[in-house]
Design a protein around this ligand. Structure first.
Ligand code: ADP
Ligand code: MG
Length: 460
């Protein structure tokens, strides 16, 4: 770009120079032509005095005027040096050969420059030759000038333009540097962010500047970092929770077994009690493991979802039938109210897990004499299932967490009732997998309502 800019300005400089020079040359040539008209009469009359006066008067401070006859012999010289000699310069010869007015220019170092005794170093000498004689050629008028000022101004313009060229080049370079930094900086920052992330540091965020596409990219990148960071935290949390959940029954079992081993005389009733406890811990362990396996298989999408149209009411009454004995045992009245039939498309065994877990929780967290009501209705092409209990309820601050893995509102109590804390997170995963939603509304000591809505099968 700089090169092309340089070429353009050099051409411009030359054109300006030529223009200025041509204008001056035209002016001076027409002056020479005018003078040649005045010289015709004295030349014809061979009036040497008049010719000399004319030459001297028009030569000016730094110029020179010569009048030549048809043979190129000098008839008058404003400096009175060349009288009688032949003047054989190209310009004069060209006029004598009938080619009309002509001019040429020389630099003061050139041989032609000696024409002007006062030619200064660095100045330009111009030689103009104009034919004398309106009808027939009678001689040549030679007008020699030194064009120092024009030359100087040309040089001035050239230096000025050169200065501008340099300034503009610097400006262009600075601007392009700035622009390229402006564009590359966000990219390199983003790049650094990505490198940091691949090293495992998810806390890094890139700076967002302005509102352009780079800023949008940075925002998207930061959002991705947020997500990955929270996933990473959740994963760590999950691993530590899972280890804890597995370790607790193991430690309990170890203590029980050691007691059995080292306390020699133990009555059979006591031994049986210990073994019952150990058996319970094994059950806990296996239920945690089977819940974990369920979660992993849903998360990993291991088994492709086997989607079929399912009548929700059938699914609910089936679960109800399975849980009725447990409810009865706990003195809880459980009812199903099908307001409207609804069909959803999904995996029957997974959806069974959803409603089983919700009903099981409702029974588990409701005291003797309470009720559990299951309702099925429809709204806006969605099947809506509500599991309503009159149990202990969930405190406001815990409601948003109950779907988290291993989250239990009352740790000790829940463990007693045999829960793993994974039930609702499994429920949520399955509901989401079916394009549904789940929410909870609850008031402490009054009861909880879990609402699941699932998209209905489109009718054909
Ligand atoms: N119907 C309910 N009433 C009161 N609390 C509930 C109910 N359902 C769930 N919870 C609370 O949410 C926690 C998480 O439930 P869940 O994931 O099923 O785990 P758990 O294995 O303990 O049942 C439970 O420990 C309990 O504290
Ligand atoms: Mg549960």
């Amino acid at each position: 770009m700089c090169v092309s800019f340089y070429i353009v300005s050099a051409t411009l400089i030359r054109l300006v120079g030529e223009y200025l020079f041509n204008q001056k040359a035209d002016d001076e040539l027409s002056a020479a032509v005018a003078l040649s008209a005045a010289a015709e009469a004295p030349l014809c009359d061979r009036d040497a005095d008049a010719l000399w006066a004319l030459a001297r008067d028009h030569a000016g401070e730094s110029g020179r005027v010569l009048v030549l006859d048809l043979y190129g012999t000098v008839q008058a010289d404003s400096l009175s040096q060349l009288n009688g000699t032949r003047f054989s310069r190209r310009e004069a010869a060209s006029v004598l050969n009938g080619h009309g007015a002509d001019y040429g220019y020389y630099f003061s170092g050139d041989r032609g420059a000696i024409l002007l005794s006062r030619a200064l170093a660095g100045s330009m000498v111009c030689v103009y030759a104009a034919p004398i004689g309106a009808e027939t050629l009678r001689g040549v008028l030679v007008y020699i000038t030194m064009s120092q000022s024009a030359y100087r101004s040309l040089m001035n313009i050239q230096t000025q333009m050169l200065t501008w060229l340099v300034l503009v080049t610097i400006a262009v370079m600075l601007v392009s540097l700035f622009v390229s930094r402006f564009f590359t900086r966000p990219i390199s920052e983003l790049n650094e962010g990505i490198v940091e992330m691949t090293r495992g540091d998810f806390s890094n965020r890139v700076r967002v500047r302005g509102k352009n596409e780079f800023a949008q990219l940075a925002v998207a990148f930061n959002m991705m970092c947020d997500r990955i960071e929270s996933l990473d935290k959740a994963r760590n949390q999950f691993v530590s929770n899972a280890s804890h959940e597995l370790k607790t029954p193991l430690s309990t079992m170890k203590i029980l077994i050691e007691t059995l081993m080292y306390q020699d005389p133990m009555d059979p009733g006591m031994t049986r009690e210990f073994l019952t406890d150990i058996n319970k811990e094994i059950d806990r362990l296996s239920s945690v493991i089977s819940d974990l396996l369920t979660l992993v298989s849903i998360d990993g999408g291991e088994k492709p979802m086997d989607a079929k149209p399912i009548a929700v009411a059938d699914l609910l009454s089936e679960n109800m039938r399975r849980l009725q004995p447990l409810a009865r045992e706990r003195g809880i009245e459980m009812t199903l109210a099908v307001r409207e039939q609804a069909t959803v498309t999904g995996d029957a065994s997974r959806l069974t897990q959803v409603f089983y877990n919700l009903m099981d929780n409702a029974i588990k967290y409701t005291g003797r004499g309470g009720t559990v009501r299951v309702e099925l209705s429809r709204r806006e092409k969605r099947a809506i299932v509500k599991v309503i209990d009159t149990g202990i309820g969930i405190p406001k601050e815990d409601q948003q967490h109950v779907f988290d893995r291993f989250y239990r509102v009352d740790k000790a109590r829940s463990r007693d009732t045999g829960g793993t804390g994974l039930g609702l997170s499994i429920v949520k995963q399955i509901v989401l997998m079916h394009g549904g939603r789940i929410e909870v509304a609850s008031e402490e000591n009054k009861g909880s309502t879990f609402t699941v809505d699932l998209p209905e099968t489109a009718e054909k």
